[in-house]
Structures are given as structure tokens and as C-alpha cells.
Design a protein around this ligand. Structure first.
Ligand code: GAR
Length: 219
């Protein structure tokens, strides 16, 4: 089986990269991570890749005069590695429309909220201050506008009484680590079809439960 050559772009810790690495250890997994690229020198995600022998590259955006030259270098690196799909796993740079269009339906991004709610930064703080009872995470195909694009997988995560942003982030992160490998498996396995702003998934099931928060004790 030919596995889809995938690059993971990140800026930091790389716990989502780790979830993808772990999933891709499975022989039947349809994607192979061929390169990990960081825009931040010394990002700890790079160590995770190096530990398992995945080649890494650092492209420090601060060394470039604007987004276009940064992305030109990125594009060359991706091409040289034969990359077919890009996963953004905590990659904290906005990409230009021309880059995103060039990789149309070939970039997937993870975001720590139930999009289209809470785009942008500080999602957990805003969720808490709004008092919503569920948040979550989203994996989606990337479009040029920040944190938009057809949704592949979402997980709903309850907000607990007494949560602070760190506690909520940790609960959401656990869900991210399930969603991103699932989304990559579906996309790389050819199970997704983008129709307008929706993603159709071959043979997809969906949970048959409704969650209440606060719980009414009848679950
Ligand atoms: C994750 O929570 C991811 O959803 C978020 O950054 C974190 C990276 O963690 N991404 C964004 O906010 C992008 N808009 P990680 O480095 O441990 O995977």
C-alpha cells in the first residue's frame, strides 16, 4: 500500500505530532510522516520527530522579509520531500491565500474549539468567560481565511465547574489527540470528499447520544 507522504508543520510542543506519529506506527495507517517543519528554532516537537528518525527542518520566519519569501522556502522544502499532504499541528503562522490555494484540500489544521465558534487565539479563556457548557476541537481542510474550511472531525468536550483555562485546555488536548489521527486516516485513506463547505465521509457513523451539561443523571 502506498502511504500518502505527509508533512507536519508545528511551532511548539508537538503533542499532536506525537499522536500522529503513534498512529502512523500501525502498518495499515494510510499516511507516512516524511518531514516535520518548524518555524520556531528549538521547538520541542522537533525532538519528537528526531527521536523516531523523521527528518526535520527549521524555517525561522523571522529571517524572511514577509510571508511570501518564507513560504517560497517552505514550498521548496515540501516539494523536495515529495510531500502530498500537510498537517498543521500547532503551527502558529498564518499562511497566505496563494499558498493555501496551491495546496487546496491538501492542508488539514487542528484548532482547539468547535469551529466556527472561537476562531483565533485564547479559545479556552473566551469559552470560560462566555460560560458555554461545551467546547471541543476541530480538524478541517484549510481555507485562506483564518480557522475556516470544511470540517472533517470534531469532538465535543464539556466544560466542568471550576475549570480554569489550563484544565480545559488539557481536556480538549486529549480529544485533539484522538481527532487528528482519525482525520488523517480518513483523508489519507481517500475516505473524504469535499462538497462545497461540507466533507462527506465514506461509511461514517455518528454518535447516537445527546450529552447534557449539567448532567440530569439520566444518561
Ligand atoms: C493545540 O491545542 C492546537 O489545537 C493549537 O495549538 C496547540 C498545539 O499543541 N493550535 C492552534 O491554536 C492553531 N490555531 P501541540 O504543539 O502540543 O500539538
Amino acid at each position: 500500500m502506498a502511504r500518502l507522504k505527509t508533512a507536519v508543520l508545528l511551532s511548539g510542543r508537538g503533542s499532536n505530532l506525537q499522536a500522529l506519529i503513534d498512529a502512523a506506527l500501525e502498518q495499515e495507517f494510510p499516511a507516512k510522516i516524511v518531514r516535520v517543519i518548524s518555524n520556531v528554532p528549538g521547538a520541542s516537537g522537533l525532538d519528537r520527530a528526531e527521536k523516531v528518525g523523521i527528518p526535520t527542518t527549521t524555517i525561522d520566519h523571522r529571517e524572511f522579509d514577509g510571508r511570501e519569501p518564507f513560504e517560497a522556502t517552505l514550498q521548496t522544502e515540501l516539494q523536495n520531500s515529495g510531500v502530498e499532504l500537510i498537517c498543521l499541528a500547532g503551527f502558529m503562522r498564518l499562511l497566505t491565500k496563494s499558498f493555501v490555494d496551491r495546496w487546496h484540500d491538501r492542508i488539514i489544521n487542528i484548532h482547539p474549539s468547535l469551529l466556527p465558534s472561537y476562531k483565533g487565539l485564547h479559545t479556552h479563556e473566551r469559552v470560560l468567560s462566555d460560560g458555554v457548557r461545551f467546547t471541543g476541537c476541530t480538524v478541517h481542510f484549510l481555507r485562506a481565511e483564518m480557522d475556516t474550511g470544511p470540517i472533517i472531525v470534531q469532538a465535543a468536550v464539556p466544560v466542568h465547574p471550576g475549570d480554569d483555562a489550563d484544565a480545559l485546555a488539557a481536556r480538549v488536548l486529549t480529544a485533539e489527540h484522538r481527532c487528528f489521527p482519525l482525520a488523517l486516516r480518513l483523508v489519507a485513506g481517500g475516505k473524504t470528499r469535499v462538497i462545497g463547505n461540507r466533507v462527506e465521509i465514506e461509511n461514517a457513523g455518528a454518535p447516537d447520544v445527546v450529552s447534557l451539561n449539567p448532567d440530569d443523571g439520566k444518561a
